[in-house]
Each structure stands twice: as C-alpha cells, then as structure tokens.
Write a protein that binds this ligand. Structure first.
Ligand SMILES: C[S@@+](CC[C@H](N)C(=O)[O-])C[C@H]1O[C@@H](n2cnc3c(N)ncnc32)[C@H](O)[C@@H]1O
Length: 260
C-alpha cells in the first residue's frame, strides 16, 4: 500500500512540544470536584476523592499525548470527558474548529472548567457543554468525535465502548484516549515498525468505524516520538500498559525522570 497524503487541515503540523493547556490552573474545589496543586507545581483533578488526571506544568504530557486529535480536528467537534479541559482549551484556539460539544457527566467538573476559563480569559462562544453520560451518546452528526471519558478501564473495555459509540453516532474522524497504547502494544506484539502500512493494519485490526487512519510522514514522525517517549520513560511492556491508568503512567514518568 502506497503513501496516501493526509487531508491537510493546517499549513503546519502542531508538534507535541508546542502543546500546552491554555488554562491557568489553581487549587479550586466545587462540590465533589477538586483541583489540587502539588509542591512540584503540578495539578490533579479529583472527583469524589478519586484522582482522574493530572497536569504536569513541566512537561505538559497531558497536552502532548493528545497531539493527534488536536491536529486532525476541524468543524464541529464532539468530545467526551472534560477533566482539566486541556484538550478543550487547545481545540478552542484552532480556527478550523467551529464548534465544540463537550460531554461531561460531573456537573462540578463543568463548573470548575467554566470558572478557570473566565479567569484565563478563554472565550467560550464556540462551546456547548452537555451534562450527560457519554456511554449513552446517540444520533450525533458531527465532523469529529474524540473520546476521553476513560481512566480506570482496561484497553479492551475502552475499545468496546469506543466501538459502540462510533456505531451510534456519525462523524468523519474519530479518536480516543489510549489508542496509542493499543497501537504500540500491537507494534510490539507483531515486532513491527511504526509506518503507514502498519498503522493501516492496526486500524483494520481494531475495527472501529470512522477511526482516523489518514497519517502522513509528519504525523508518523510525531507518533514515533510518542512511542520513544513511552519506551524510554515508561519501560513500556504489554502487560504494564494493558493495566496502566493515566495516573500510573504519570507517576512512573516522574520516577523515571528522577533516576536519569
Ligand atoms: C481524564 S478526564 C478527561 C481529560 C480531558 N480530555 C483533558 O484533556 O483535560 C476524564 C473525564 O471524564 C469524565 N467522565 C467519566 N466517565 C464519564 C461518562 N460516562 N460520561 C461523561 N463523562 C465522564 C470524568 O468526570 C472526567 O472529567
């Protein structure tokens, strides 16, 4: 299979290193949701005292790992899982994105996002937030769907959920958090390299309707960088990644950086 050029949305690819949240974080608690600040300068989001994600102001990893969605986004974008609004704040800054529909099941997380947006001078004109459960999404017709209401699930459960949501809604580009872990596991198991053909084979194998499969050389370069980052910093192994949550990934990254 030959090289197929990417449907170009930007003149330039936005590389991982250039991605940071546009929100200014601070400690804040509203009802069941809380943003805590650590002495390292990092911020974590807790819902009912369970940690959902963190934002590392030193490496911006939570922004960096979403480079693909951010690059392919255009038109009306539906996202699930608001969290610290990292992805959302970046999508809002993209002129190619005309509208963002955010699906978040926790009302207090939404209130925190709204408060931080006001404080960070982020214009929410393009945003619609729906306080509903993403697992019941149906009949949406949008340009892009990016799913990230996951954290504690195994990859197989995430893929099952993504498959089901993609069948019940229409879009031309779909992506989900942990897709890279799924792809990298596939690459390791098959002892393959990251290239266009293998990306297509993995897409066929994962069998998710509308999963974005159009990658050019610039995008593959970014994917390899993320893979190297995982291998170098995480001691990436299949079993480890299968069971690893975002929080564990981050804490492992923190530890490995210190021993360098
Ligand atoms: C890891 S965070 C998302 C991070 C976000 N993408 C970012 O860039 O900051 C996951 C979010 O999903 C929400 N969530 C969990 N299960 C959900 C569901 N079934 N429907 C909608 N939102 C859900 C959580 O409350 C949390 O805010």
């Amino acid at each position: 299979m030959g090289f197929r050029p990417h449907a170009k949305l930007n003149d330039k690819m936005i590389s991982q290193e250039n991605l940071t949240s546009f929100l200014k974080y601070r400690p804040i608690k509203i009802g069941s949701a809380e943003v805590r600040e650590y002495p390292t300068g990092n911020f974590s989001l807790y819902v009912d005292n369970v940690e959902w994600m963190d934002y590392d102001v030193n490496d911006h990893f939570s922004a960096r790992e979403q480079f693909f969605e951010i690059n392919i986004a255009y038109g009306h974008v539906l996202v699930t899982g608001l969290g610290l609004g990292v992805r959302e704040s970046i999508l809002l800054s993209k002129p190619e994105v005309s509208k963002i529909t955010i699906i978040e099941k926790n009302r207090d997380v939404i209130e925190i996002f709204n408060t931080l947006c006001i404080e960070s001078n982020i214009n929410l004109e393009k945003v619609e937030i729906l306080n509903i459960d993403a697992e019941f999404l149906e009949d949406f017709q949008v340009d892009c769907i990016f799913l990230d209401h996951y954290e504690h699930e195994y990859i197989e459960e995430i893929e099952k959920s993504v498959r089901s949501i993609s069948k019940k809604n229409q879009c031309s580009k779909l992506w989900f958090w942990k897709a890279w872990v799924s792809y990298f596991i596939w690459i390791i198991e098959k002892r393959e390299n990251i290239d266009y053909q293998n990306f297509q084979l993995w897409c066929n194998n994962i069998n998710i309707d509308n999963l974005e499969r159009d990658v050019n050389e610039d995008m593959l370069f970014e994917i390899r960088k993320l893979y190297d980052y995982y291998i170098r910093n995480l001691g990436f192994t299949n079993e480890y990644q299968r069971t690893t949550t975002r929080k564990q990934i981050k804490s492992f990254l923190g530890r490995s950086r210190k021993v360098k």
